[in-house]
Write a protein that binds this ligand. Sequence first.
Ligand SMILES: Cc1cc2nc3c(=O)[nH]c(=O)nc-3n(C[C@H](O)[C@H](O)[C@H](O)COP(=O)(O)OP(=O)(O)OC[C@H]3O[C@@H](n4cnc5c(N)ncnc54)[C@H](O)[C@@H]3O)c2cc1C
Length: 615
Amino acid sequence: MAVVYSHAAIVVGSGAAGLNAALRLYDYGVKDVAIVTDGFLNGTSRNAGSDKQTYYKLSLQGGRADSVESMAETLFSGGCTDGDNALAEAAGSVQCFFRLVEAGVPFPYNRYGEFPGYKTDHDPRTRATSVGPLTSKQMAEALGNLVIEKGIKVYDGWSVADLICRDGECHGITAVNKEGGFAAFSAGNTVMATGAPAGMYARSVYPESQNGATGAMIRAGVEMQNLAEWQYGLASTKFRWNLSGTYQQCLPRYVSTRNGVTREFLRDSLSDEKIIEYTFLKGYQWPFDSAKVNGSSLIDVLVHRECEAGGQVALDFTHNPSGLDEAFGILTDEARNYIKNSGGLIFDSPFARLIAMNPKAIELYRSHGIDIANELLDIAVCAQHNNGGAAVDVFWKSVNTENLYIVGEAAGTHGLRRPGGSALNSGQVGSMRAARNIAAKQCFASDEAFCLFSAAEAERKYGVMIQKNGENYAEIDADEARSMSNDASQLRETEKMEELCRKLDGEFKTWFEKVRAERSTLSAAVTAYNMCACRAAYCHAMLNSAKICGSRGGAVCMQNGKETPEITEMRTRIQTLRYDGAEFVTVSRPVRPMPEADGWFERVWAAYSAGECDQ
Ligand SMILES: Cc1cc2nc3c(=O)[nH]c(=O)nc-3n(C[C@H](O)[C@H](O)[C@H](O)COP(=O)(O)OP(=O)(O)OC[C@H]3O[C@@H](n4cnc5c(N)ncnc54)[C@H](O)[C@@H]3O)c2cc1C
């Protein structure tokens, strides 16, 4: 029997963004707030990291001039980004950063209390900071401790089934637990902080525990934007980890094994000189970039093609790449100087150089049972970040659904290119602004009877899958994920995507006729259904983008075997997608320009005092 739980506000998801949303709501006076999550310790924030995981904020050190306007301009200039979100992310960055510092996240400061920064990708200043490889994990832990301390209610182990929407308003969600039981979480305001639809791809550096609920939002008709914009890059697959920084700068050998034969496959397409140059560059040009396919990103293309051809691609740290000589004469001056200054100009092997340059990088794999001193490290080009997501206004409220807010990676506030670290900043600022907007209005529980009815409906609808005949949901899900990685990731061929769209549309429409699950796997089957909807929507968005925008950002698009050039005018427009109950409808709109905000103190003070600045 389905049940209903009612709150003034619910936050769905317990990553860095969701935890902050719940804490802020509580602090701003919405005490009747609860978190609903498929696993309190699941998700990207808690379970992913990188070499030096970055947090992007306004510069806070010495004489390095910076301003809100300048940071907003950086965020805006990536293309396909709304100016009001960029300005809000810049303006809120200091407040959110210091909240984390106060919560105990150990961002380093000097003897005088200045927080030094470094440059990250697409960053003209030195705005980036880090607490090490697990910045987002430490953020989530610190915020999670505060949630527990404040006694905020957490419903753990519930996966989103549907959003409860009626007449353009959200009333909460229905969800299913591990035993196959259904409940409605009825709320006056719903904050979706469910992260990226990471499960969409088979080749992924997201943690396996991260699914996302974007599919449920899409099915409910919530407007999406920039869905085609993703970040992909080289990562190890047995233990999911980005292979950036010193993993590349130590110059490992790229090999592929097919039919028991292991060889340096990059040599089929590149000279030894270029292989070594591009490998080094991959250290700080990590994400696949369509503008660099004739440079370092060619490595990603060749790795992808080799995987497609059935090769098991790996990094070999035990042998030097062919062409490397004892004098390191083949290296560019930049690479030789860098490696020399880092103490790594050692000819023995990439492993010897890595020990000298970054011993912790070796330890990390050892702690996950992988000894790169003796074994090959399996790799692939993996999905790492979704720049797109739900379309939100300047308070991270859905642009077409009342009482619904989307924060963190589930929101689509990043455009084509974002500075490294801005995802974590955006998650904190967006969740704070959503909480302010909710707290500024009267916040009541929602229509409980309607929500209970919705939960009973969900139980009936999804219960149909518990049948003897039909295809196993897990097999369909795995097959779709492989297809997405092959045909709808960093290399997108129009003809293959058209075929994939047809296949996914068909599976989405006939899901309940043909899919089988057990009561004990119903929760996973519901997630797979939402993932199917999600893949179909994303595939349509990518196909449309390939046709009207061409190759750009993290994707190279091809038609009839030829690369399609970028249509640069489209950088000032944003592609949106809405499901109308039958079709995925994509259109494009101009970006919202950077607002000319009023900075006159007396006027702002009056507006603020009248409560006008939070709504
Ligand atoms: C390898 C890697 C390295 C990265 N490095 C950086 C970096 O250096 N700088 C940076 O800014 N960003 C980085 N990112 C991105 C950043 O980590 C994420 O964007 C951010 O952590 C997302 O936070 P979130 O709170 O939005 O979502 P998540 O942390 O993913 O949390 C989602 C929450 O929702 C829950 N949930 C998911 N699906 C469901 C469902 N169906 N039902 C119920 N609950 C659900 C999950 O359990 C989880 O609690 C990196 C990402 C990866 C994968």
